[in-house]
Design a protein around this ligand. Sequence first.
Ligand SMILES: NC(=O)c1ccc[n+]([C@@H]2O[C@H](COP(=O)([O-])OP(=O)(O)OC[C@H]3O[C@@H](n4cnc5c(N)ncnc54)[C@H](O)[C@@H]3O)[C@@H](O)[C@H]2O)c1
Length: 406
Amino acid sequence: MKRKVMTEVRVLLLESIHADAVARLEAEGYHVESVRNALDEAELIERIRGVHLLGIRSKTKVTASVLAAADSLVAIGAFCIGTDQIDLPAAASRGIAVFNAPFSNTRSVVELAVAEIIALTRRLTEKNAGMHNGVWDKAADGSHEIRGRRLGIVGYGNIGTQLSVLAENLGMHVSFYDTADKLALSNAHRCASLEELLETSDVVTLHVDGRPGNAGFFGAEQFKRMRPGAIFLNLSRGIVVDHVALREALESGHLSGAAVDVFPTEPKGRGDEFKSELRGLPNVILTPHIGGSTEEAQSDIGDFVANKLAHFVREGNTTLSVNLPGVALPQQEGMSRVVHVHINTPGVLAQVNSILAEHRVNVEGQLLSTRGEYGYLITDIKSGFSDDVLDQLRGMEQTVRLRVLS
Ligand SMILES: NC(=O)c1ccc[n+]([C@@H]2O[C@H](COP(=O)([O-])OP(=O)(O)OC[C@H]3O[C@@H](n4cnc5c(N)ncnc54)[C@H](O)[C@@H]3O)[C@@H](O)[C@H]2O)c1
């Protein structure tokens, strides 16, 4: 196979991906086919031939067998946060880049947390339930302003930091605890220990990630450490909290309220019953894992992932790819760009450059990055080189995939 620059780019989008993504990809001149539902493995194997870009959400499984049938695929866009549904190592072994949208719904989670902090601090859930039952309870007892109260954020990442800024703007004092070294934003106070945060906060909210060590890390001992009358929120991962212990802390009156969006086991589909120890408690807000579910977040995910795919096709840039090394090299006019995915072993760069030198091809720009088993090399060279160069690069023992972009 000689020089092969992608002329017509075929895109297959499954699971009703947002119209903004379709528009963005069509604007690149790609031929986009949209399918409403997820496809099962056999159907996807049938449809994947000749497709250059595949877009999915959480329901489509991209298995090693699907990837083996994908004769033209260069990248997969997961138009969601998680990528467990894709066989990432199998994709990397074929030089197929996978992108997702890790930050697109953080603002939505933060806004829900703010709404819940205010609702619980004002005991709105109980007032609302009372009114629907004909009870006019105008009492101020137990209702507070959030201004001047202390918010304790556990996990100061993308979501925790945004919440920190918004909560301070609403007049709250903010403390945080993170296992990693994190810069305190604005006036936020960094706690030396989780215990310090629990003992000093009026509201404790969890925004930790789902690493295995976090399973069950917040239980009876942590609830006991919290201030009497404090409020608890979890919009991070269901597995991190012991819900039996949370129920006890609420029933005993030690905590005055809670909001929980994520659960250790969640119903698979719409019709399935939601089961939880937390059902039926007053001043507890339960939501069906909707922290990141807004139309704005969906639109942002569509735009973000479509952009990543377009940049990858045009420039070969892999910034924020979840399975290939991240490389971004600014493109220069009049250059051919050669992208080389290879097995990460010593001497690959030297071998590539010696092939180029042998053919008197001058390197105008070059960037290499490695990640585990694989290396990703972008090389810009003046157009007009012979096809032997590409044949020799493709013939290298370590070559996984070679793409010529212009
Ligand atoms: N409810 C929803 O719909 C929804 C939507 C988006 C994200 N999330 C979840 O929210 C969580 C936070 O997301 P993010 O994008 O901010 O993640 P992130 O990776 O940017 O931040 C997580 C932070 O938690 C810290 N951390 C991890 N374990 C800790 C521990 N035991 N104690 C203290 N700090 C700890 C990490 O060092 C990191 O700074 C994730 O679990 C994510 O899955 C939920």
